[in-house]
Design a protein around this ligand. Structure first.
Ligand code: SF4
Length: 277
């Protein structure tokens, strides 16, 4: 888990999966791929295998070791709902989120059909938790907008959209059932441009629907210089956040132990001794 994430809308990242496969235009300049591939072949590095998909069971129980409540971006370096991750492992991640409930989790995916299917099935309990926020990426009309309908089909208590990188005007968006919207432009070499009116249209629709709006950045090659002001101000709105009490160490340990017993050995998660430190 990484504390002090540089991502504007979260505190920390938790990656029980690493690596991914590109599926739509929003993936073109995937920052996770660029980062991971830098370390391919570096012996002992977490990204020794570059961006190849793999489970990281030794990270599975990590939220239990984090004692103060955090806003946690789940799988910032992957996509939890991609093919190749067994349902049982996705469910294990969801059970950790459900039990370690003093954190708020942000789960973001481009695989919205599987999200909807699992949240209607074995992930139903996690779907209903107010401290677990479920989101889809929306970069354009063709690939992005249908994901919003899938998300709406999921029985999630908190649903959010990460409209980043915004690649075109999305027109009128159906925001029914959506709890939070983040918008941002692409950054880094080759960044595709984002027009001001595309952003202000989404902001205005959020305002009209009473949906909190977070404007992350204009992006571009010089992201810092371009900043995150929109019409003379920043937008840092969030949905209501439930902060559950942090259990004492022994309760936390027992809770983690019960989960480990339930998982059995297929994922060989991190040893419990690390949870009590
Ligand atoms: S889905 Fe996300 S993590 Fe996966 S390749 Fe696309 S941008 Fe990268």
């Amino acid at each position: 888990m990484s504390l002090n994430s540089h991502i504007e809308w979260t505190d920390a990242t938790w990656n029980p999966v690493r690596g991914c496969v590109k599926i739509s235009p929003g993936c073109k300049h995937c920052y996770a791929e660029t980062f991971a591939e830098r370390f391919r072949g570096v012996k002992g590095h977490p990204y020794e295998q570059g961006f190849d998909l793999r489970l990281v069971p030794e990270k599975l129980m990590e939220p239990f070791s984090w004692r103060s409540p955090k806003l946690v971006f789940v799988n910032s370096m992957s996509d939890l709902f991609q093919d190749g991750i067994p349902d049982t492992y996705v469910e294990a991640v969801s059970q950790v989120m459900t039990k370690a409930n003093w954190h708020t989790y942000q789960v973001l995916t481009k695989r919205s059909e599987r999200l909807a299917r699992l949240l209607n099935g074995r992930l139903r309990l996690a779907a209903e938790q107010e401290h677990v926020w479920w989101g889809v990426s929306v970069e354009d009309c063709k690939y992005g907008l249908p994901r919003i309908d899938d998300l709406r089909r999921a029985p999630a208590t908190v649903r959010f959209l990460s409209i980043e990188p915004l690649l075109e005007d999305l027109g009128k968006i159906d925001l029914a059932g959506i709890t939070w919207v983040i918008v941002g432009g692409e950054s880094g070499p080759g960044a595709r441009p984002m027009k001001r009116e595309w952003v202000s249209s989404i902001r205005d629709q959020c305002k009209a629907s009473g949906v909190p709006f977070f404007f992350k950045q204009w992006g571009g090659v010089r992201k810092i210089k371009n900043g995150r002001m929109l019409d003379g101000r920043t937008y840092d709105e969030y949905p209501r956040r439930v902060i559950n009490p942090v259990p004492d160490r022994s309760a936390c340990y027992s809770s983690a132990q019960a989960l480990l017993r339930m998982f059995g050995t297929p994922f060989a998660p991190m040893p419990l001794v690390q949870l009590s430190s």
